[in-house]
Design a protein. Structure first.
Length: 249
């Protein structure tokens, strides 16, 4: 099937609806509650339309897409911040608003629509992102990836999870996909996303009342959520993995 790429400003209404639905389907509720997403996502789409690329098939369906953001980074890659995804999104927006010239492209999310999973489209989208880096004459493609099976092992450290193998192959398919595509693991960003709120906020996500302080497993979360009842507060830090693609080799 022939695939063409369009930026977000070229999508029709139905394709934009498909895009929004794929995002809702692609992540658990806890991620959609991110204060960084809620504050900055509209700016990502408005400031960087050419970096929001959608794979469209002959039927006009959105088979997948990458949301990405340009930003400036002039230090060693192993010094990329622990705050990972949150930091990168805010950095890109602030750089744009301050007229800082970017030299890197950051991958915010790569999603394949659920009807088209398992057909190799993630590789096609990643390759398009690599080409975009070349088109902009940037130095790097950097992505704080969210391993898709980590939520099945919320008590396992990301360091251990990265090395977890089944039948002599890396357990997590998203890590495997990137490594097969030529990515290099840089390090773990253990505070890549920070989500927080009062007890009512967490009770809404967990669909249950909370009476005791402690660690709670939340559907789709990669790590436990820590709740302190006496402070009417809970917070969640999500580990991601910084990876880099060398696009000029």
């Amino acid at each position: 099937m022939i695939i063409t790429f369009r930026c977000i400003s070229e999508l029709n209404i139905d394709q934009k609806d498909q895009y929004r639905q794929a995002v809702l389907d692609g992540f658990p509720e806890i991620i959609h509650k991110s204060p960084v997403i809620l504050k900055y996502w509209k700016s990502v789409e408005r400031y960087f339309p050419k970096c929001q690329l959608f794979a469209i098939n002959e039927l006009g369906d959105v088979v997948g897409f990458i949301n990405s953001i340009p930003f400036y980074w002039d230090d060693a890659l192993d010094k990329l911040p622990r705050e990972g995804w949150d930091w990168m999104l805010v950095k890109g927006v602030k750089d744009y608003e301050s007229n800082v010239k970017p030299n890197s492209l950051g991958g915010l999310q790569i999603i394949v629509s659920k009807n088209y999973l398992g057909q190799g489209y993630s590789k096609v989208i990643i390759n398009k992102a690599k080409q975009l880096v070349k088109d902009f004459s940037f130095d790097h493609l950097l992505i704080p990836i969210r391993p898709i099976y980590k939520s099945r092992h919320p008590h396992m450290s990301m360091t251990e999870y990265m090395e977890y193998r089944v039948d002599d192959k890396i357990y997590d398919p998203w890590i495997r996909t990137h490594l097969k595509g030529g990515a290099e693991i840089i390090n773990i960003c253990d505070k890549a996303m920070h989500i927080y709120g009062d007890l009512a906020f967490w009770e809404g996500i967990m669909k249950r009342e909370i009476h005791k302080s402690g660690s709670y497993i939340v559907k789709g979360a990669l790590n436990p959520v820590e709740i302190e009842v006496s402070k009417d507060y809970g917070e969640y830090f999500e580990d991601n993995i910084w990876i880099s693609y060398s696009v000029y080799e």
